[in-house]
Ligand binder design. Structure first.
Ligand code: PLP
Length: 427
């Protein structure tokens, strides 16, 4: 029972865990796009864990692969080869678009980004890194250190020298009033200006759509324009696809493809959805970059059989059922539905995003001022109505995030939109 757990967690867990709701929610099980709490209440899951349940809760194909693998062996470490790891690496290498790609598996997005930074700084022999304002890359010392979202890294000192550039947020900041072309030109000028004041950085790390930052992005083509400047100066581009990969954005399999003119990134990191809840992260880089590390760069649990089996089954399901196409179709309907609601709710500044990665920005009516209290109120009201969504958007946390499993049906999209509508109208 949740009531039994209430309060007990304060004695043993950090104060900053399980803070999402005023009264913490204890989830006991899930099926499809639904989860249940310990009191038997059912919720439509419009956050998919945290974009971790990519296909569906308790997807039989994934459950079967996990239990079959569990009957053979769970783990033998990366000291040895195992077939599921090689097979999943083959699929991801091919899908990544990176030529001569090598894949290294980790157990989280944080560790994937740490590895990407390790690769880039070793390859380029520079410990300076460019990152985007309002970004989030994880919670290790170096990942938190480069995170441009101060709400998530208030006191951290990075071991890397990090310089932040504009472009991840379209609707706020000094360039918000510009059209897309002028916005991109201003961001490129900002990038060049930053580069003029530093030793050559190893890499630029960026989320194609900022996740924790509130599902925001610059215009399509931004990173293509950045890429030209970076390539000229031998700076690597790391695309953090931890939230944007696997077709979630509908139009593309990877977020970087919205900037396709640039070609693939030098390094791509992934995590979250690939394991459908199992802990898989990883890095893809061309061989020359990946192999700049010496031996001994292993991850004890990375690439372990039980998670790889889940990843293979999950990815296979996603591709066979064209869930990217489903994200585009159902996500498109959902976005239009939310936009028509938003037009009648003065707190909603905009509904943005693509596929099943939609952000709703809340401001105090008639102003540009972020409204975190409104975001929390909607989150609570949605929960009361039987819907789980996410929050995000910089340290002011004034955006709502909608990212259901990619098998979402039109009927479920309608059902969730109706709950969200009444939650928004209750403001
Ligand atoms: N990168 C991005 C874009 C993320 O959104 C996150 C987590 O939310 C991470 C990295 C860190 O991943 P993990 O929590 O698996 O360490």
């Amino acid at each position: 029972m949740t009531k039994d757990l209430l309060g007990r967690h304060h004695a043993v867990l950090p104060d900053w865990l399980a803070l999402y709701y005023e009264e913490p929610l204890e989830i006991t099980h899930g099926e499809g796009r639904h989860v249940w709490d310990a009191d038997g209440n059912r919720y439509l899951d419009f956050f998919g864990g945290i974009l971790t349940t990519m296909t569906a809760h308790a997807l039989p194909e994934v459950t079967k692969a996990i239990s079959e693998q569990a009957g053979r062996i769970l783990h033998s470490s990366t000291l040895y080869l195992n077939r599921p790891m090689v097979e999943l690496a083959e699929r991801i290498a091919e899908l990544s678009g990176i030529p001569d790609a090598r894949v290294f598996f980790t157990t989280s997005g944080t560790e994937a980004n740490d590895t990407a930074l390790l690769l880039a700084t070793t390859y380029r022999r520079s410990n300076t890194v460019l990152a985007m304002r309002n970004s989030y890359h994880g919670r290790s010392f170096s990942a938190v250190g480069i995170t441009g979202n101060r709400g998530w890294s208030p006191t951290s000192l990075s071991p890397l020298q990090t310089l932040y550039v504009h472009g991840g947020v379209r609707t706020r900041g000094p360039f918000a009033h510009l059209d897309d072309e002028a916005f991109i030109a201003a961001c490129v000028a900002d990038l060049k200006d930053v580069l003029g004041h530093t030793r050559p950085p190893a890499a630029l790390i960026a989320e194609p759509v900022q996740g924790v930052g509130g599902f925001t992005s610059g215009p399509d083509g931004l990173y293509a324009a950045f890429r030209e400047v970076l390539t000229e100066r031998g700076i690597l581009w790391i695309a953090d696809e931890v939230q944007t990969g696997w077709g979630r954005t509908g139009d593309h399999f990877w977020g970087w493809q919205a900037h396709a003119r640039s070609g693939p990134p030098d390094i791509l990191t992934f995590a979250k959805g690939i394991g459908n809840g199992m802990s898989i992260g990883g890095v893809v880089a061309r061989a020359e970059v990946m192999n700049c590390l010496d031996a001994n760069s292993i991850s004890t649990f990375g690439g372990t059989q039980i998670t790889m089996a889940a990843g293979l089954a999950n990815l296979g399901y996603l591709l066979e059922h064209d869930l990217q196409g489903n994200a585009r179709r159902v996500g498109g309907l959902l976005r239009e539905r939310l936009r028509s609601v938003a037009a009648q709710v003065p707190h909603v500044r905009e509904v943005r995003g693509r596929g099943l990665m939609l952000g709703i920005e809340l401001t105090r009516p008639g102003t540009d001022e972020a409204d975190p209290a409104a975001a929390s109120a909607v989150l609570e009201a949605a929960r009361d109505g039987g819907l789980l969504i996410g929050k995000g958007g910089g340290h002011d946390t004034s955006a709502l995030r909608v990212a259901p499993p990619l098998t979402l049906t039109v009927a479920e999209a309608e059902e969730g939109a109706a709950i969200l509508e009444s939650a928004l109208r209750s403001l």
